[in-house]
Write a protein that binds this ligand. Structure first.
Ligand SMILES: NC(=O)c1ccc[n+]([C@@H]2O[C@H](COP(=O)([O-])OP(=O)(O)OC[C@H]3O[C@@H](n4cnc5c(N)ncnc54)[C@H](O)[C@@H]3O)[C@@H](O)[C@H]2O)c1
Length: 380
């Protein structure tokens, strides 16, 4: 199956296409969008073979394609790597009518996206996400950027892509832990906005016998499974498309995507990124749901259902041992979603519905943190 959604922004609209094998349709789609210039393909080094195949097929369709690879990992979202990309494109004669193609996870999407946003005052960008997180989150919505030595994502721009093409076949090579981290964002999308998607995730887990000890995986030889997972991913992408279409510049609705991130971000930083972002978001979602219960916003049953679903997709909600709760609280109040000194919590009222509350007493947060189950962090 292939699903196509449309992001509507103030400047333009663009398609987001999700399906197994969609990369094969890239040349045709670029043509339809009137993109005929040179294609600057920037790929994660883990995708060198896919990049070469993609470039060959685009060349066979008449395109001039230049390819470069970027080292894997967050440290590539740097001034040094950005400068290298500028040098490469300017040195090889980039023109305004050209397009940058970003093939990789959120790191490549953010880095190549920011290069596209700024070079020659902006050229066309096409996102070709290769991780589950990038498909359901980072590639859609136009946020691009790099890190500053003093903090993550501090230098950036909004630059909407002309096309997002998510080929779910790419997920078959993704390390299982990265896949699981992506499921956290899928489950998050379902809790904030789509109860039917939550139920579909539950039903698939039940049908496949997935639980904490036998969590979801990706088996490229199982075509029925690929189709089922692709359909679910498409529904999660639709949530992101809806939210960014409502709130292009992150002034309102988009904060709901931050569900689980307030505590999640703090844990991520305190552990010095030993846990993946999605793993921390899962812990943060559990804490946020328990805060919602403490405030009388939802029933404890929601916490249990969310835990079961997270576990079925390989995610633990246990708080890492040795984390200083006071340090978590201190970091939370410094979170960038703080407005006028108040932490804005995204809290569930039911599966598929959240509210934003700026009046959560610190004692409730502290109590929730102290009631969390604890485990030692042993990343694979
Ligand atoms: N712009 C946004 O709106 C937005 C939203 C969320 C996150 N982000 C950013 O996204 C980044 C995280 O993205 P991510 O989780 O995709 O991480 P990532 O880009 O680092 O990819 C994760 C790992 O998977 C590897 N990989 C990628 N695709 C692969 C494939 N198909 N097969 C095998 N290996 C593959 C990469 O080499 C890397 O080691 C962070 O920098 C974060 O700030 C941006």
């Amino acid at each position: 199956m292939t699903a196509t959604f449309t992001v509507t922004t103030s400047a333009a609209s663009y398609p987001v296409v999700v399906g197994a094998g969609t990369l094969n349709t890239l040349a045709k789609r670029l043509n339809e969008l009137g993109l005929y210039g040179t294609l600057w393909l920037i790929a994660d080094e883990q995708l060198t073979t896919v990049a070469a195949q993609t470039a060959a097929s685009l060349r066979a369709s008449g395109y001039r394609v230049e390819v470069t690879t970027v080292p894997s990992g967050e440290h590539s979202k740097s001034f040094a790597e950005l400068t290298r990309l500028y040098d490469w494109m300017i040195g090889n004669g980039i023109e305004r009518r050209d397009a940058v193609l970003a093939l990789g996870g959120g790191v490549i999407g953010d880095l190549a996206g920011f290069a596209a946003a700024t070079i020659l005052r902006g050229v066309a960008l096409v996102q070709l996400p290769s991780t589950l997180l990038a498909m359901v989150d980072a590639a859609v919505g136009g946020k691009t950027g790099i890190n500053h030595p003093l903090g993550k994502n501090l230098i950036g721009a909004f630059h909407q892509p002309r096309l997002v093409l998510a080929d779910t076949n790419l997920l078959s090579t993704l390390p299982p832990r990265e896949l699981r981290a992506g499921w956290a964002e899928v489950i998050k999308h379902s809790v904030i906005r789509n109860a039917d998607l939550f139920v579909a995730l539950e039903e698939l887990a039940a049908a496949r016998g997935w639980h904490a000890d036998n969590p979801a995986g990706w088996d490229a030889t199982d075509h029925e499974l690929t189709a089922q997972l692709t359909a679910i991913i498409a529904r999660a992408v639709a949530v992101k498309v809806e939210v960014v279409s409502i709130d292009e510049f992150e002034r309102g609705e988009r904060i709901t995507l931050n569900y689980g991130h307030t505590i999640g971000h703090a844990i991520e930083q305190l552990l010095d990124y030993r846990l993946l972002h999605g793993e921390c978001v899962a812990i943060g979602m559990d804490a946020a749901a328990r805060i919602a219960v403490a405030l009388g916003l939802c029933s404890p049953e929601l916490v249990e259902r969310q835990r079961r679903l997270l576990a079925a997709y390989g995610l633990s909600v246990a708080m890492p041992a040795d984390l200083d709760h006071a340090a978590i609280l201190a970091l939370i109040t410094r979170d960038k979603k703080v407005q006028a000194g108040k932490v804005r919590w995204v809290l569930p009222t039911a599966i598929g519905q959240v509210v934003v509350r700026a009046d959560v007493p610190a004692e409730i947060v502290a109590a929730v943190l102290s009631q969390a189950t604890i485990h030692a962090v042993t990343p694979e």
